[in-house]
Design a protein around this ligand. Structure first.
Ligand code: ADP
Length: 191
């Protein structure tokens, strides 16, 4: 098993790079944002609850996120590993993920943290709002709130993995392929 946490602020390119990485390394993509949007699209109770938080750019409560990720892991069979994208976003989520991995006789092998300056993030997110229809990307105040939430609640997660010697900072500005190559270089050290 090869289990990777792909980390970084909203707009850092986690989704784009995940798509390429799962193909190259035969991994299963677990994006909590995508899972919530799927639930919202299907009108599930989970989706209705999550939407209230997502609309304002706040975090969905830990127990909801953790339960959803556990379900997804338990329902995935025969995979060579996971890429976690947009998860964990709090220390409690990181601790729960370690416990889940341990229960499966596995572990998080490495964290890849995409580093992108804030003004570039805002530009990318506003552009994505135009093309994707994501309402949380269409309003600069909501975007700034998500970036604040990231700074206050999510950046400690990088330190959590740093203490385990698993943090790798990757420069996230440049061509998609150049960034993909930087990520692949680090992953190749772990296989
Ligand atoms: P972005 O990284 O661009 O903000 P995501 O698709 O990862 O986009 O997340 C969209 C929203 O979903 C977040 O603003 C948050 O409300 C919710 N969300 C996603 N993942 C998590 C998580 N791990 N913990 C709490 N809330 C989450």
């Amino acid at each position: 098993m090869l289990n990777i946490v792909l980390f970084g602020p909203p707009g850092a390119g986690k989704g784009t790079q995940s798509e390429k990485l799962i193909e190259k390394y035969n991994l299963t993509h677990i994006s909590t944002g995508d899972l919530f949007r799927k639930n919202i699209g299907e009108g599930t109770e989970l989706g209705k609850t999550a939407q209230k938080y997502m609309d304002d750019g706040n975090l969905v409560p830990d127990e909801i996120v953790i339960g959803m990720v556990e379900d997804k892991i338990l329902n995935t069979h025969g995979t060579e590993g996971f890429i976690f994208d947009g998860f964990p976003r709090t220390i409690a989520q990181a601790q729960a993920l370690d416990a889940l991995m341990e229960k499966n006789g596995s572990q998080i092998d490495t964290m890849l943290a995409l580093d992108v300056p804030e003004e570039e993030l805002i530009k990318r997110l506003l552009n994505r709002g135009i093309t994707s229809g994501r309402t949380d990307d269409q309003n600069e105040a909501k975007i700034r709130n998500r970036l604040d939430v990231y700074k206050n609640e999510t950046t400690p997660v990088a330190n959590y993995y740093n203490k385990q010697g698993k943090l790798n900072l990757i420069h996230g500005v440049g061509s998609i392929n150049a960034i993909f190559n930087s990520l692949s270089d680090v992953i190749d050290e772990h296989i």
